[in-house]
Design a protein. Sequence first.
Length: 138
Amino acid sequence: METITVTSRFCETDALGHINNTTYFVYLEEARIKFFQSLGFDMDVKDWRFILASTKCDFVSQGYFNQELKITTYLSKIGSKSFQLEHDILCANTHQLIAKGNAVIVYFDFLEQQSKMIPELLKTQLNTHLHSKKTEYS
């Protein structure tokens, strides 16, 4: 499980005064990048092996300008060519659940333009982040 903290900026809010729904996908991207870095990937686009196949976000409660958010990322499923990340976005101060997201990541060969089997060494690394049990927010 990996956790990052972000502070919402004024430009990320909308006319209703809360964090705009599109902003959460930027937060989820940042969490995914930190997750990949924790696995040892240096974000070199010339040697990148992952493609985002699907992502979604469920908005549970409102977030606001200058609110510190804690985003926890963990793996819920590992397949032969893909894996699924889960994200819990909480208010860092109150621990109230703000949103839940997930993403399906495919191991991908960009030169051949096709998915590939996840190498065993990577599967071993991914398994250390696998949480088969639901979190309190799942």
